[in-house]
Write a protein that binds this ligand. Structure first.
Ligand code: ATP
Ligand code: MG
Ligand code: MG
Length: 381
C-alpha cells in the first residue's frame, strides 16, 4: 500500500491516520513530540521540527502525498514538500488561512461579508482606526486559536493598551457583533475542482473554545443553510483549494450571515461526521489527498458532539489530581460514541476527546446529550 504523510501529530492527525489506515494506507507523521497523538498510532513517526530539512526530506521520501493537520504548520515547509510530492492543501491556501488580514481580504474578494475590521501593524494604523469598530475584539493576525491572543476592547485607550501589551505584533481589530448563533460548513475539494459538503453545523462556544455542535434538520433557518454552503464553496474555489476546508460563520441578531474565519483542515465542529455520516470528514481528507472520488456525504442520523476538555478530569475533586471522568455511566446511554485522543496529561482547556451522540430523532439525541452532559458535569445547552 501507499503511504500518506501528514504534517502535525495532534488529534486531527490521529483521526486522519485512523481513516487512512482503515482504507489500507500506511501513514507517516512529522511532529517533534515523541508522545504526539498521531505519532503514537502511525507507521512512521518523524520526530523533527516542522522546518527541519532532514525531517521534510524523510517525509517526502516515504509519502505518496502529504497533508497537514494543524493550521500553524509553516507554509514554507509545505512549499518545500510540494517540490517533491503532491501537497494538499497547498502552501498558499494555508498561508492565507494563517494570517487574519490576508484571510479577511480573501473573504472580501469572494464577496462574502465579514465583520468590519482594520489591520493594525503600525502606530499610524492604530491612530487611524475608526470609532465604529469599537467596542471590538483585537486579534493577533497570526498564531491564535481557541480564543488565545484575543482581547476585548471597549475604548481607544483600551485598544492602545492591548496592542502595546501584545508588543505591537500585527493584529486585526474586529467590530464586536451581536451574535445570535455560530455555525460552520465543511467542504472537501478534489484536484479536479469537484466539491462536496457536509450540512451546516450549529456551534456553541464557551470561553472562546468550541463546546457543543448540533447537526440535524432545522438546526438553522433554510436560507442560512444555503447561504453558508454557497459562501464556503466560493471561498474554497477562490483558493483553488484541495482537501478539507472548514469555514466558521456568525449568525447576527438581525438574521444576517457573516464569515468569521476558516481552517484549512478537518475541524472540531465536523467530528460528529465520524458517527453520523456515511463518509467522515477524515475519510474525505484521505480521498481528496489520494485523488479518490469525493462522493457527497450523507448524514444518516441527527447528531450532537460534546467536546471533552481537560477540565473534566478535575471536575470531581477539589485537588489538583486528575481523575478519569465516569465513562462507563456515559457509555451506558444508547447512541454515545466516545473518542479520546491518547493524550497522557489532562490540562484545563486542553482538548482531550469528544463524545458523539446519535439517535433516531433530534429530540432523542438532545435528551441523551443532556444526560451525558449532566453525568460529566458539563453545562446544559
Ligand atoms: P478557533 O480557531 O479555535 O476557532 P480563534 O482563536 O481563531 O478560535 P475566533 O474564531 O476568531 O477565535 O473567535 C473565537 C470566538 O470568539 C468566536 O467563535 C466567537 O464566539 C467570538 N468572537 C470572535 N470574533 C467576534 C466578533 N467580531 N464579534 C463577536 N464575537 C466574536
Ligand atoms: Mg481560528
Ligand atoms: Mg474560530
Amino acid at each position: 500500500g501507499a503511504t500518506l504523510g501528514v504534517m502535525g501529530g495532534g488529534q486531527l492527525g490521529r483521526m486522519f491516520v485512523h481513516a487512512a489506515q482503515r482504507m489500507g494506507y500506511f501513514t507517516a507523521v512529522l511532529d517533534p513530540d515523541a508522545a504526539s497523538p498521531a505519532g503514537l498510532v502511525s507507521h512512521h513517526h518523524i520526530q523533527t521540527g516542522y522546518l527541519d530539512p532532514e525531517g521534510l526530506a524523510r517525509l517526502a521520501e516515504c509519502s505518496a502525498a502529504v497533508t497537514t493537520e494543524f493550521e500553524n504548520v509553516p507554509a514554507p515547509a509545505l512549499a518545500a514538500l510540494a517540490l517533491q510530492r503532491p501537497v494538499a492543501p497547498g502552501a498558499e491556501a494555508v498561508a492565507i488561512a494563517q494570517d487574519r488580514a490576508r484571510e479577511k481580504a480573501h473573504f472580501v474578494r469572494c464577496g462574502v461579508p465579514c465583520a468590519p475590521y482594520a489591520v493594525i501593524e503600525t502606530p499610524e494604523q492604530l491612530a487611524a482606526v475608526p470609532d465604529e469598530l469599537l467596542p471590538g475584539i483585537l486579534k493577533t493576525a497570526r498564531l491564535g486559536y481557541d480564543g488565545k491572543g484575543q482581547q476585548r476592547v471597549a475604548t481607544r485607550a483600551e485598544l492602545a493598551a492591548a496592542w502595546a501589551g501584545l508588543k505591537g505584533v500585527p493584529c486585526v481589530l474586529e467590530k464586536r457583533l451581536p451574535l445570535a448563533a455560530e455555525c460552520s460548513v465543511i467542504v472537501a475539494r478534489g484536484w479536479d475542482g469537484a466539491m462536496v459538503h457536509f450540512p451546516p453545523q450549529l456551534n456553541l462556544h464557551r470561553d472562546g473554545i468550541l463546546a457543543v455542535t448540533q447537526v440535524h434538520e432545522g438546526n438553522l433557518p433554510k436560507v442560512l443553510v444555503q447561504r453558508s454552503i454557497d459562501a464556503t464553496k466560493s471561498i474554497a474555489n477562490g483558493l483553488q483549494y484541495v482537501g478539507v476546508l472548514c469555514v466558521e460563520f456568525f449568525v447576527l441578531e438581525d438574521g444576517s450571515l457573516v464569515v468569521n474565519e476558516m481552517a484549512p483542515r478537518p475541524h472540531n465542529s465536523g467530528h460528529y461526521t465520524q458517527d453520523a455520516c456515511d463518509v467522515s470528514q477524515f475519510e474525505l481528507q484521505v480521498r481528496a489527498l489520494a485523488g479518490l472520488p469525493l462522493t457527497p456525504p450523507r448524514q444518516h442520523s441527527p447528531a450532537i458532539m460534546l467536546n471533552l476538555l481537560g477540565d473534566l478530569w478535575f471536575a470531581s475533586t477539589a485537588q489538583d489530581a486528575a481523575t478519569e471522568p465516569p465513562w462507563a455511566r456515559v457509555l451506558a446511554l444508547p447512541g454515545t460514541h466516545l473518542h479520546l485522543y491518547g493524550k497522557h496529561e489532562a490540562r484545563r482547556g486542553r482538548k482531550m476527546g469528544h463524545l458523539n451522540i446519535t439517535g433516531a430523532s433530534a429530540a432523542q439525541v438532545r435528551a441523551t446529550a443532556l444526560e451525558a452532559a449532566q453525568l460529566l458535569g458539563l453545562e446544559a445547552f
